[in-house]
Every structure is written in structure tokens, then in C-alpha cells.
Design a protein around this ligand. Structure first.
Ligand code: AMO
Length: 445
């Protein structure tokens, strides 16, 4: 790397983001700050494409038009951190119909001659290599689009839920005992005792449905599963919803309305990002209500249309989901309700015929997006259900106690944010939908 004298930012400040440079600003002096996405040197003419968090603009330097000093200074490398002072000029051949003619350039920081990953957008480097250099990788225009959509998903969810009387809760992530009753827990030391990272906000959201009636949280949960697939992570970000005085039918309704409204917001506010990802014709607002099929109906369809047999009481395999995800009627959003009670957690309410349960999954084609259902709200029934699942009810004492204080009938759902973003952005791998993913093999960066 050729070492150069770096400039001080001093009293220069960005006056605009790249996206705010509109034709109304023609002839005005502006200051942009960001990184060099690309550059070209054609002898008497040099171009730099400067990018910031919202996009990019072309800086044009023609010998004789800009000062000799600026022309010389425009020797940059990929992702150099720069600031540019200059005038806005309309030019149809420039991207966005605008270019900047610089009067001064500051180089604030350099990069090595060869970057570990392609940052021009011409090729997409290997995902692991990108994740190893994630802060750099996240700057790419493609990642900007993915995380603009993710941001809109989170904003849209909050907007919808606040408008529907939900209270945002914050529940502990360090817990004393399992919440899902499974074994996929990360143990930690809590001073001189063992504690765990939470698997889900399940128990707390149930308790709080007996306080605030309608609650939600968007927060991390930790799953110690050694699943090396394109849809599993060890640290997940989950939208948890719980409603008091409600059952599964109310959740099915509010959830489909939420999905419908959030996708509307994405299309209204983030169409550029959808277009960048070539998803504008695929991520469309789904019609509601979503189709509802029972677990048994799904098994029948899988058998009839896909030739695969699943016995009652078995989970539906990925192979079967992939096969049914191609059958018309099952390619978009649809619910699978009334799963066998034997494969559902203790807190789920059995149906009138206790072979079944008041539970559901929301599918997007082959991918499971949520699970939820009506909960048991009677303390004795819940204690018996815990024990029937082989769990020690004493470990759940502080949770069970709250059920003696007038717990209302309640129901809820958990939605994996990264799975949804993977689908909305048309990504191949869930790790692309998370800034710093955690998997069995990845703990850094
Ligand atoms: P569940 O365990 O099904 O349900 O989790 C809810 C949703 O979270 C997502 N998810 C995952 N995403 C990526 N990697 C993983 N390892 C992973 N595990 C789960 C999925 C899933 O549908 N307490 C219940 C919810 C409820 O009943 O309200 C629960 O946690 O999208």
C-alpha cells in the first residue's frame, strides 16, 4: 500500500447524504462523506463513485475543469474513506442524472491495495469470507438494501402493534430454568450459580398477558442447536406476541394482518431496496386471510401430491416441506393448525380431542416462519402438563405461582425475524439476514 498523507476532517461536515442530492440542488455547493465504491482513470478524465449509508453518487474530474490539486488527489483505492466538497451538476449519463464537480477532496483513511472481498458489486464473494470481514461487507449496496428492508420490517411491526393496543415489554435474557422445556440451552455462570441464556420470552410474555393484556417484544433468544443449515442460527431475533382474553383464532387473524401491513409498508417505503434485490415482483402484499390447513390435511396432501408418507405424531421433514412448497396453494403464506399434542410444548392447550392441540405454524412456502397457539391458563392443568412432559414443576414454581392470580385465557406466537427477512429479500442463506450471525462454527466477528 502506498502510504499517503492523510487529511484531517477538521471543520468539514457532511451537508447531505447521497440520496438527498436532487436536481433542485444543481449549482449548489455540497459536502459528501463516505467511501470509494469504484473509480476509473481515463487519463484526462477521472471518476469516483462515493457511497454512504444510503447509496452512491458520481464525482467527475476532468483535467482543466477541476484544479490540478484536485485532479492529482483523485488517486484513490477501493473503500478509501473520503470527503468531497463540490458543486452539483445535472448530467443524464451519470447514475441518477447527477454528478458532483469537486473543488476539494479530503482523504481521511486508506485501505490495502487488495481488499479481502469484492466491494464493487460486480461479483458476490464467498459468504464465509464476507462474514469474516463483516463490517466491510455490510457497506455493500446489496447489504444496504437487505438491512433497509430488515429495518422497515422492525419499524412496520412496531407501528402495527402500537396501533393495535400492544405494549412493548422487555424480558430477561438471563434465566434460571428452561422456558421451552427442551435441552437446547446455553448454560452460563451467574456468579457462583448456573444460569442459562433464554430460549424464548415464552413464560414472561404469558405472565405479562395477565397484566397488559396485549404484549410484544422483539429480542434475542439463544438456541444451542448444532444445526448447520441455511435456516438455523444459535442467536435468533424473535418477535414474541401474546394476547390475553384471546385464543388461537385471534392470533391467526392479528398475525396475518401484521404480515399484510408490514409488506405494504416495505413496498411503500423501500421499493428501491426491493428493486435492487430484484424482489419487486416476488415480495408482494399477500391476500388475507391466509389459507388454513390442519396438520392432518397437510399429511394427506404430502402423501397424495408428493408421494411422501409421514405418520401422525411425526414432525414434517424439510424434504416434505420442500416438496409441498411447490404444490399450488402452498407456495406462499399458509397456516398449519392442530398439531399432535405429543410434539407440542407443555404450555400449549390440548384440543377437545386431546390427541390434537390448539397450535399452529405459519409457513412461507417450504419455510417455517412462526409457531404459536392457545396456552393453558389453569394452574393445575399447567402443572400436570409440565409433569406429563417429564419436567420438574418445582423448577417452574415462580412461573406457576402467577397462574394462581387470575390469569386470563391467552394465546400468542413467536416469529423468527431473520427467517422472514431471508424470504422477503430472496436470500439463499439466513446468515445473510443478520449483521453478525452466530452459528455452531461462528463466534466472531
Ligand atoms: P419456536 O421455537 O418455534 O417457538 O420459535 C419461533 C420462531 O423462531 C424461529 N426460529 C429460528 N430461526 C432461526 N434459527 C433457529 N435455530 C430458530 N429456532 C426458531 C422460527 C420459529 O418459528 N415460544 C414459542 C413461540 C410461541 O409459541 O409463541 C417458540 O419459541 O421462525
Amino acid at each position: 500500500m502506498l502510504l499517503i498523507m492523510l487529511d484531517e476532517m477538521a471543520d468539514w461536515r457532511k451537508t447531505h447524504y447521497t440520496r438527498d442530492i436532487t436536481p433542485e440542488l444543481v449549482n449548489q455547493e455540497i459536502v459528501l462523506a463516505g467511501w470509494v465504491r469504484n473509480f476509473r482513470d481515463l487519463g484526462g478524465l477521472k471518476f469516483i463513485s462515493i457511497q454512504d449509508k444510503y447509496g452512491e453518487r458520481q464525482i467527475t474530474m476532468k483535467k482543466g475543469v477541476v484544479s490540478e490539486e484536485v485532479f492529482e488527489k483523485a488517486k484513490v483505492g477501493y473503500q478509501y474513506c473520503i470527503m468531497v466538497k463540490g458543486k452539483v451538476k445535472a448530467f443524464d449519463k451519470a447514475p441518477g442524472g447527477i454528478e458532483i464537480i469537486p473543488s476539494e477532496i479530503k482523504i481521511l483513511n486508506q485501505t490495502p491495495e487488495k481488499l479481502p472481498i469484492d466491494m464493487t458489486g460486480e461479483t458476490i464473494s464467498d459468504l464465509d469470507l464476507r462474514l469474516n470481514n463483516r463490517a466491510l461487507d455490510l457497506r455493500s449496496l446489496r447489504n444496504q438494501a437487505i438491512f433497509e428492508i430488515r429495518g422497515e420490517v422492525l419499524r412496520g411491526i412496531r407501528k402495527f402493534l402500537f396501533a393495535n393496543d400492544f405494549t412493548e415489554m422487555t424480558t430477561p435474557k438471563i434465566i434460571g430454568s428452561a422456558t421451552e422445556g427442551g435441552t437446547e440451552l446455553f448454560p452460563i455462570m451467574y456468579f457462583d450459580r448456573e444460569a442459562f441464556l433464554t430460549q424464548s420470552a415464552q413464560l414472561y410474555k404469558e405472565q405479562l398477558s395477565g397484566v397488559y393484556e396485549r404484549v410484544f417484544e422483539i429480542s434475542p433468544c439463544f438456541r444451542a442447536e448444532k444445526s448447520r443449515t441455511k435456516r438455523h442460527l444459535c442467536e435468533i431475533f424473535v418477535l414474541d406476541i401474546e394476547m390475553g382474553f384471546a385464543d388461537m383464532s385471534d392470533i391467526l387473524k392479528i398475525l396475518e394482518e401484521l404480515i399484510h401491513n408490514v409488506i405494504k409498508d416495505i413496498r411503500n417505503n423501500k421499493m428501491d431496496a426491493l428493486k435492487f434485490l430484484k424482489m419487486e415482483d416476488k415480495t408482494t402484499v399477500p391476500e388475507i386471510p391466509f389459507p388454513r390447513y390442519t396438520y392432518e390435511e397437510i399429511l394427506e396432501t404430502i402423501e397424495k401430491k408428493c408421494g411422501l408418507t409421514i405418520e401422525f405424531g411425526e414432525d414434517i421433514s424439510t424434504e416434505a416441506y420442500r416438496a409441498i412448497g411447490k404444490v399450488p396453494g402452498y407456495t406462499g403464506y399458509y397456516y398449519i393448525t392442530h398439531w399432535p399434542m405429543s410434539i407440542k410444548p407443555f404450555y400449549i392447550m390440548p384440543s377437545k380431542d386431546p390427541k390434537y392441540s390448539e397450535s399452529f405454524d405459519l409457513q412461507m412456502g417450504w419455510l417455517e416462519l412462526t409457531s404459536g397457539g392457545t396456552r393453558v391458563h389453569n394452574k393445575e392443568q399447567l402443572t400436570a402438563a409440565l409433569e406429563a412432559k417429564g419436567l420438574n414443576s418445582e423448577a417452574f414454581e415462580s412461573h406457576l405461582k402467577t397462574f394462581a392470580f387470575g390469569m386470563p385465557p391467552h394465546a400468542g406466537v413467536g416469529l423468527g425475524i431473520a427467517r422472514w427477512v431471508t424470504f422477503l429479500c430472496g436470500l439463499e442463506d439466513i446468515r445473510e439476514a443478520v449483521m453478525y450471525p452466530r452459528t455452531p462454527d461462528r463466534l466472531t466477528p
